[in-house]
Design a protein around this ligand. Structure first.
Ligand SMILES: [Zn+2]
Ligand SMILES: [Zn+2]
Ligand SMILES: [Zn+2]
Length: 383
Protein backbone atom coordinates (compact mmCIF):
# COMPACT_ATOMS: atom_id res chain seq x y z
CA UNK A 1 0.00 0.00 0.00
CA UNK A 2 1.42 3.42 -0.90
CA UNK A 3 2.01 5.83 1.97
CA UNK A 4 -0.12 8.47 0.24
CA UNK A 5 -3.17 6.37 0.99
CA UNK A 6 -2.41 5.97 4.69
CA UNK A 7 -4.16 8.05 7.32
CA UNK A 8 -2.03 9.95 9.77
CA UNK A 9 -3.05 10.30 13.42
CA UNK A 10 -3.77 14.01 13.78
CA UNK A 11 -3.04 13.84 17.51
CA UNK A 12 0.63 12.86 17.43
CA UNK A 13 1.43 12.87 13.72
CA UNK A 14 3.57 9.78 14.32
CA UNK A 15 1.18 6.89 13.67
CA UNK A 16 -0.22 5.80 10.34
CA UNK A 17 -3.22 3.63 9.60
CA UNK A 18 -4.62 1.77 6.63
CA UNK A 19 -8.08 3.11 7.33
CA UNK A 20 -10.58 4.50 9.82
CA UNK A 21 -11.60 1.09 11.16
CA UNK A 22 -8.06 0.10 12.11
CA UNK A 23 -7.33 3.51 13.55
CA UNK A 24 -10.40 3.37 15.77
CA UNK A 25 -9.55 -0.13 16.94
CA UNK A 26 -5.98 0.77 17.81
CA UNK A 27 -7.12 3.98 19.49
CA UNK A 28 -9.33 2.00 21.83
CA UNK A 29 -6.71 -0.70 22.38
CA UNK A 30 -3.94 1.64 23.50
CA UNK A 31 -3.12 4.61 21.33
CA UNK A 32 -5.48 6.89 23.28
CA UNK A 33 -3.27 6.36 26.31
CA UNK A 34 -0.03 7.34 24.58
CA UNK A 35 -1.00 9.70 21.73
CA UNK A 36 -0.72 13.01 23.56
CA UNK A 37 2.55 12.10 25.23
CA UNK A 38 4.42 10.85 22.18
CA UNK A 39 5.86 14.14 20.92
CA UNK A 40 7.16 15.08 24.38
CA UNK A 41 8.47 11.56 24.85
CA UNK A 42 10.39 11.52 21.56
CA UNK A 43 12.02 14.86 22.38
CA UNK A 44 13.16 13.80 25.84
CA UNK A 45 16.87 13.41 26.62
CA UNK A 46 16.41 9.82 27.82
CA UNK A 47 14.81 8.75 24.54
CA UNK A 48 17.28 10.66 22.37
CA UNK A 49 20.09 8.78 24.09
CA UNK A 50 18.70 5.35 23.21
CA UNK A 51 20.11 3.16 20.48
CA UNK A 52 17.71 2.60 17.57
CA UNK A 53 16.67 -0.92 18.57
CA UNK A 54 16.21 0.11 22.23
CA UNK A 55 13.98 2.97 21.10
CA UNK A 56 11.80 0.55 19.19
CA UNK A 57 11.72 -1.83 22.15
CA UNK A 58 10.75 1.05 24.45
CA UNK A 59 7.89 2.00 22.17
CA UNK A 60 6.63 -1.57 21.89
CA UNK A 61 6.96 -2.06 25.62
CA UNK A 62 5.00 1.17 26.21
CA UNK A 63 2.17 -0.21 24.12
CA UNK A 64 2.14 -3.51 25.95
CA UNK A 65 2.14 -1.76 29.33
CA UNK A 66 -0.60 0.62 28.21
CA UNK A 67 -2.71 -2.27 27.06
CA UNK A 68 -2.14 -4.38 30.15
CA UNK A 69 -2.62 -1.49 32.55
CA UNK A 70 -6.31 -2.00 32.56
CA UNK A 71 -8.40 -3.92 35.06
CA UNK A 72 -9.98 -6.00 32.33
CA UNK A 73 -6.54 -7.23 31.26
CA UNK A 74 -5.37 -8.22 34.71
CA UNK A 75 -5.53 -11.93 34.03
CA UNK A 76 -3.69 -11.39 30.75
CA UNK A 77 -0.91 -9.56 32.54
CA UNK A 78 -0.64 -12.41 35.00
CA UNK A 79 -0.37 -14.97 32.22
CA UNK A 80 2.53 -13.11 30.65
CA UNK A 81 4.24 -12.54 34.00
CA UNK A 82 3.95 -16.28 34.69
CA UNK A 83 6.26 -17.00 31.74
CA UNK A 84 9.92 -17.67 32.37
CA UNK A 85 12.11 -14.57 32.03
CA UNK A 86 15.04 -14.60 29.61
CA UNK A 87 18.62 -15.16 30.68
CA UNK A 88 19.41 -11.46 31.21
CA UNK A 89 18.36 -10.94 34.80
CA UNK A 90 18.37 -7.17 34.82
CA UNK A 91 17.42 -5.84 31.40
CA UNK A 92 17.83 -2.08 31.00
CA UNK A 93 15.01 -0.01 32.39
CA UNK A 94 13.67 1.68 29.28
CA UNK A 95 11.92 5.05 29.40
CA UNK A 96 8.22 4.50 28.72
CA UNK A 97 5.70 6.70 26.96
CA UNK A 98 3.13 5.53 29.42
CA UNK A 99 3.61 4.96 33.13
CA UNK A 100 1.48 2.17 34.53
CA UNK A 101 -0.88 3.20 37.29
CA UNK A 102 -3.75 0.99 38.35
CA UNK A 103 -2.06 -2.35 38.13
CA UNK A 104 1.45 -1.02 38.64
CA UNK A 105 2.15 -3.58 41.31
CA UNK A 106 1.31 -6.40 38.94
CA UNK A 107 3.17 -5.12 35.90
CA UNK A 108 6.78 -4.24 36.31
CA UNK A 109 7.96 -3.01 32.90
CA UNK A 110 11.44 -4.40 33.57
CA UNK A 111 10.02 -7.83 34.40
CA UNK A 112 7.77 -7.64 31.36
CA UNK A 113 10.70 -6.73 29.14
CA UNK A 114 12.69 -9.66 30.53
CA UNK A 115 9.91 -11.97 29.33
CA UNK A 116 9.38 -10.48 25.91
CA UNK A 117 12.78 -11.30 24.38
CA UNK A 118 12.53 -15.04 24.84
CA UNK A 119 8.77 -15.42 24.50
CA UNK A 120 7.92 -13.46 21.38
CA UNK A 121 7.09 -15.18 18.14
CA UNK A 122 7.67 -13.66 14.73
CA UNK A 123 4.32 -13.38 12.99
CA UNK A 124 4.60 -13.90 9.26
CA UNK A 125 2.69 -14.85 6.16
CA UNK A 126 4.69 -17.04 3.79
CA UNK A 127 7.88 -15.91 5.52
CA UNK A 128 7.12 -12.18 5.29
CA UNK A 129 7.27 -10.81 8.84
CA UNK A 130 4.51 -8.41 9.90
CA UNK A 131 4.64 -8.39 13.70
CA UNK A 132 5.99 -9.90 16.88
CA UNK A 133 3.65 -11.33 19.45
CA UNK A 134 3.52 -13.18 22.76
CA UNK A 135 1.47 -16.37 22.83
CA UNK A 136 1.76 -17.57 26.45
CA UNK A 137 0.24 -21.00 25.77
CA UNK A 138 2.55 -21.70 22.84
CA UNK A 139 5.54 -20.54 24.89
CA UNK A 140 4.73 -23.17 27.47
CA UNK A 141 3.78 -26.00 25.12
CA UNK A 142 6.44 -25.95 22.43
CA UNK A 143 10.15 -26.46 22.83
CA UNK A 144 12.58 -25.52 20.12
CA UNK A 145 14.17 -27.80 17.55
CA UNK A 146 16.29 -26.96 14.49
CA UNK A 147 14.76 -30.09 12.92
CA UNK A 148 11.13 -29.36 13.88
CA UNK A 149 8.20 -31.61 13.01
CA UNK A 150 5.78 -28.67 12.99
CA UNK A 151 5.53 -25.04 11.92
CA UNK A 152 3.36 -22.13 13.04
CA UNK A 153 1.15 -20.00 10.87
CA UNK A 154 -0.93 -17.00 11.80
CA UNK A 155 -4.60 -16.63 11.00
CA UNK A 156 -5.82 -13.06 10.63
CA UNK A 157 -9.49 -12.26 11.01
CA UNK A 158 -10.89 -8.76 11.06
CA UNK A 159 -11.72 -7.66 14.57
CA UNK A 160 -9.82 -10.53 16.20
CA UNK A 161 -6.30 -10.86 17.46
CA UNK A 162 -3.95 -12.94 15.29
CA UNK A 163 -4.25 -16.61 16.14
CA UNK A 164 -1.34 -19.01 16.00
CA UNK A 165 -2.02 -22.36 14.38
CA UNK A 166 0.51 -25.16 14.68
CA UNK A 167 0.65 -27.53 11.73
CA UNK A 168 2.49 -30.87 11.60
CA UNK A 169 4.98 -30.99 8.73
CA UNK A 170 5.18 -34.76 8.71
CA UNK A 171 3.70 -37.76 10.52
CA UNK A 172 4.25 -37.46 14.25
CA UNK A 173 4.79 -40.70 16.14
CA UNK A 174 2.90 -41.43 19.34
CA UNK A 175 4.85 -39.92 22.22
CA UNK A 176 7.03 -37.77 19.91
CA UNK A 177 7.40 -34.21 21.14
CA UNK A 178 6.01 -31.52 18.87
CA UNK A 179 8.63 -28.78 18.45
CA UNK A 180 8.72 -25.41 16.71
CA UNK A 181 11.77 -23.52 15.50
CA UNK A 182 12.45 -20.41 17.62
CA UNK A 183 14.95 -19.25 15.02
CA UNK A 184 15.66 -19.97 11.38
CA UNK A 185 17.57 -23.28 11.55
CA UNK A 186 19.75 -22.08 8.66
CA UNK A 187 21.53 -19.62 10.97
CA UNK A 188 23.93 -22.48 11.46
CA UNK A 189 26.65 -20.51 13.26
CA UNK A 190 25.08 -17.43 14.83
CA UNK A 191 22.14 -19.28 16.37
CA UNK A 192 24.37 -20.69 19.11
CA UNK A 193 24.99 -17.20 20.50
CA UNK A 194 21.37 -16.16 20.10
CA UNK A 195 20.17 -19.23 21.99
CA UNK A 196 22.62 -18.52 24.77
CA UNK A 197 21.96 -14.79 25.19
CA UNK A 198 18.28 -14.51 24.29
CA UNK A 199 16.98 -17.83 25.51
CA UNK A 200 19.59 -19.11 27.92
CA UNK A 201 19.92 -22.60 26.50
CA UNK A 202 22.21 -24.64 24.35
CA UNK A 203 20.42 -26.45 21.54
CA UNK A 204 20.97 -30.20 21.67
CA UNK A 205 18.70 -31.06 18.75
CA UNK A 206 19.84 -33.76 16.28
CA UNK A 207 20.97 -31.10 13.79
CA UNK A 208 23.10 -29.16 16.31
CA UNK A 209 24.65 -32.37 17.64
CA UNK A 210 25.49 -33.44 14.10
CA UNK A 211 27.19 -30.15 13.22
CA UNK A 212 29.01 -30.01 16.56
CA UNK A 213 30.48 -33.37 15.69
CA UNK A 214 31.37 -32.24 12.17
CA UNK A 215 33.68 -29.63 13.70
CA UNK A 216 34.29 -25.97 12.96
CA UNK A 217 32.84 -24.83 9.65
CA UNK A 218 35.24 -22.32 8.13
CA UNK A 219 33.85 -19.36 6.22
CA UNK A 220 34.59 -19.89 2.53
CA UNK A 221 36.06 -17.06 0.46
CA UNK A 222 33.58 -15.72 -2.06
CA UNK A 223 35.93 -16.68 -4.94
CA UNK A 224 35.23 -20.29 -4.02
CA UNK A 225 31.44 -19.88 -4.15
CA UNK A 226 30.94 -21.29 -7.66
CA UNK A 227 32.93 -24.43 -6.99
CA UNK A 228 31.32 -24.90 -3.59
CA UNK A 229 27.83 -24.57 -5.06
CA UNK A 230 28.61 -27.39 -7.50
CA UNK A 231 30.10 -29.55 -4.77
CA UNK A 232 27.11 -29.27 -2.45
CA UNK A 233 24.77 -30.16 -5.30
CA UNK A 234 26.84 -33.27 -6.11
CA UNK A 235 26.94 -34.19 -2.41
CA UNK A 236 23.17 -33.94 -2.19
CA UNK A 237 22.60 -35.91 -5.39
CA UNK A 238 24.88 -38.71 -4.24
CA UNK A 239 23.60 -39.10 -0.71
CA UNK A 240 21.25 -37.82 1.98
CA UNK A 241 17.88 -36.72 0.64
CA UNK A 242 16.86 -34.38 3.45
CA UNK A 243 17.96 -32.80 6.73
CA UNK A 244 16.74 -35.73 8.81
CA UNK A 245 18.62 -38.20 6.63
CA UNK A 246 21.78 -36.06 6.87
CA UNK A 247 21.79 -35.92 10.67
CA UNK A 248 21.15 -39.64 10.86
CA UNK A 249 24.45 -40.25 9.07
CA UNK A 250 27.28 -41.05 11.40
CA UNK A 251 29.83 -39.13 9.39
CA UNK A 252 30.08 -35.42 8.58
CA UNK A 253 29.98 -34.07 5.01
CA UNK A 254 33.38 -34.32 3.25
CA UNK A 255 35.85 -31.61 4.24
CA UNK A 256 35.58 -29.87 0.87
CA UNK A 257 31.76 -29.65 1.13
CA UNK A 258 31.55 -28.65 4.80
CA UNK A 259 32.21 -24.89 4.18
CA UNK A 260 28.91 -24.84 2.23
CA UNK A 261 27.24 -25.13 5.63
CA UNK A 262 28.51 -21.73 6.64
CA UNK A 263 25.63 -19.26 6.91
CA UNK A 264 27.56 -16.56 5.03
CA UNK A 265 27.77 -18.88 2.01
CA UNK A 266 24.06 -19.68 2.22
CA UNK A 267 23.24 -15.96 2.26
CA UNK A 268 25.55 -15.22 -0.69
CA UNK A 269 24.12 -18.11 -2.71
CA UNK A 270 20.60 -16.93 -2.04
CA UNK A 271 21.57 -13.40 -3.13
CA UNK A 272 23.24 -14.74 -6.30
CA UNK A 273 20.06 -16.66 -7.16
CA UNK A 274 17.79 -13.67 -6.55
CA UNK A 275 19.99 -11.23 -8.49
CA UNK A 276 20.51 -13.57 -11.45
CA UNK A 277 16.81 -14.39 -11.61
CA UNK A 278 15.87 -10.73 -11.45
CA UNK A 279 18.45 -9.71 -14.06
CA UNK A 280 17.34 -12.40 -16.49
CA UNK A 281 20.59 -14.38 -16.21
CA UNK A 282 18.58 -17.57 -16.22
CA UNK A 283 21.26 -20.24 -16.62
CA UNK A 284 23.13 -18.76 -13.65
CA UNK A 285 19.90 -18.39 -11.67
CA UNK A 286 18.84 -21.98 -12.26
CA UNK A 287 22.27 -23.36 -11.35
CA UNK A 288 22.67 -21.36 -8.14
CA UNK A 289 19.01 -21.99 -7.33
CA UNK A 290 19.46 -25.75 -7.65
CA UNK A 291 22.47 -25.66 -5.32
CA UNK A 292 20.54 -23.56 -2.83
CA UNK A 293 17.67 -26.05 -2.98
CA UNK A 294 20.11 -28.88 -2.24
CA UNK A 295 21.44 -26.94 0.76
CA UNK A 296 17.96 -26.15 2.06
CA UNK A 297 16.98 -29.79 1.77
CA UNK A 298 20.07 -30.77 3.76
CA UNK A 299 19.59 -28.15 6.49
CA UNK A 300 15.84 -28.11 6.97
CA UNK A 301 13.58 -31.03 7.84
CA UNK A 302 11.32 -32.45 5.11
CA UNK A 303 8.43 -30.19 3.99
CA UNK A 304 9.87 -27.11 5.69
CA UNK A 305 8.16 -23.92 4.38
CA UNK A 306 11.47 -22.33 3.23
CA UNK A 307 11.94 -25.27 0.86
CA UNK A 308 8.44 -24.82 -0.57
CA UNK A 309 8.94 -21.08 -1.09
CA UNK A 310 12.26 -21.62 -2.82
CA UNK A 311 10.75 -24.30 -5.08
CA UNK A 312 8.13 -21.78 -6.16
CA UNK A 313 10.84 -19.21 -6.96
CA UNK A 314 12.65 -21.88 -9.00
CA UNK A 315 9.47 -22.76 -10.87
CA UNK A 316 8.87 -19.08 -11.72
CA UNK A 317 12.47 -18.64 -12.81
CA UNK A 318 12.35 -21.77 -15.01
CA UNK A 319 9.19 -20.55 -16.69
CA UNK A 320 10.49 -17.03 -17.18
CA UNK A 321 13.65 -18.43 -18.77
CA UNK A 322 11.48 -20.13 -21.39
CA UNK A 323 9.39 -17.04 -22.05
CA UNK A 324 12.52 -14.92 -22.48
CA UNK A 325 13.32 -17.05 -25.56
CA UNK A 326 17.02 -17.33 -26.37
CA UNK A 327 17.06 -21.09 -25.73
CA UNK A 328 16.91 -23.96 -28.19
CA UNK A 329 13.98 -26.33 -28.42
CA UNK A 330 15.67 -29.03 -26.36
CA UNK A 331 16.57 -26.69 -23.48
CA UNK A 332 13.05 -25.33 -23.57
CA UNK A 333 11.55 -28.80 -23.12
CA UNK A 334 13.98 -29.59 -20.35
CA UNK A 335 13.12 -26.40 -18.49
CA UNK A 336 9.42 -27.01 -18.89
CA UNK A 337 9.83 -30.39 -17.21
CA UNK A 338 11.97 -28.75 -14.53
CA UNK A 339 9.32 -26.07 -13.99
CA UNK A 340 6.54 -28.65 -13.58
CA UNK A 341 8.63 -30.65 -11.10
CA UNK A 342 9.44 -27.59 -8.99
CA UNK A 343 5.87 -26.34 -9.10
CA UNK A 344 4.33 -29.69 -8.16
CA UNK A 345 6.57 -30.04 -5.14
CA UNK A 346 6.05 -26.40 -4.11
CA UNK A 347 2.31 -26.99 -4.33
CA UNK A 348 2.54 -30.08 -2.15
CA UNK A 349 4.76 -28.46 0.52
CA UNK A 350 3.01 -25.08 0.70
CA UNK A 351 -0.30 -26.93 0.69
CA UNK A 352 0.58 -28.44 4.08
CA UNK A 353 0.37 -25.05 5.80
CA UNK A 354 -2.32 -23.86 3.41
CA UNK A 355 -3.61 -20.28 3.29
CA UNK A 356 -1.87 -17.79 5.58
CA UNK A 357 -2.61 -14.12 6.30
CA UNK A 358 -1.62 -12.79 2.87
CA UNK A 359 -4.45 -12.75 0.37
CA UNK A 360 -2.52 -12.56 -2.91
CA UNK A 361 0.41 -14.62 -1.79
CA UNK A 362 2.22 -17.63 -3.22
CA UNK A 363 -0.93 -19.76 -3.38
CA UNK A 364 -2.32 -17.46 -6.08
CA UNK A 365 1.01 -17.44 -7.91
CA UNK A 366 1.05 -21.22 -7.90
CA UNK A 367 -2.41 -21.58 -9.34
CA UNK A 368 -1.58 -18.96 -12.00
CA UNK A 369 1.52 -20.88 -12.99
CA UNK A 370 -0.35 -24.20 -13.05
CA UNK A 371 -2.87 -22.60 -15.36
CA UNK A 372 -0.22 -21.13 -17.63
CA UNK A 373 1.49 -24.51 -17.88
CA UNK A 374 -1.80 -26.16 -18.78
CA UNK A 375 -2.57 -23.71 -21.56
CA UNK A 376 1.10 -23.02 -22.24
CA UNK A 377 0.72 -19.43 -23.38
CA UNK A 378 3.70 -17.25 -22.82
CA UNK A 379 3.70 -14.56 -20.19
CA UNK A 380 6.16 -13.53 -17.52
CA UNK A 381 5.29 -14.56 -13.97
CA UNK A 382 5.90 -11.84 -11.37
CA UNK A 383 9.49 -11.61 -10.23
ZN1 LIG B 1 -1.54 9.69 17.86
ZN1 LIG C 1 -5.21 -2.07 9.18
ZN1 LIG D 1 19.50 -27.18 17.16
Amino acid sequence: MSSSRLRKCTGCGEYWYCGAACQKKQWEAHHRRVCKRIARYNASVAVQALAEHDRLDALLLSHVVAQLDDETSASEAERIMALLPGPIENPPSLPLVYTPSSTAARISPVALYARFGNNNFVLHSHLTTFAHGVFPQASRYFNHSCMPNAAAKYALRTGERPRMEVVALRDVAEGEEICLPYLDPALLQSKKEIFKYSYGFECRCPSCLFFDKAGKVTEPRSEEDNELAKKVLRFYESGPCDGLALVKLNHPPPADVLPAFHESFIMRLSQTFRDASHDGLYAKALDSGASLLALYRLIYPPNYPQIGMHLLELAKTSWNSIVAGEVDRETEERRKTLCRGYLDEATRILGILGPEGDKDGPLVEMSTLHQILRTDNSSIVGR
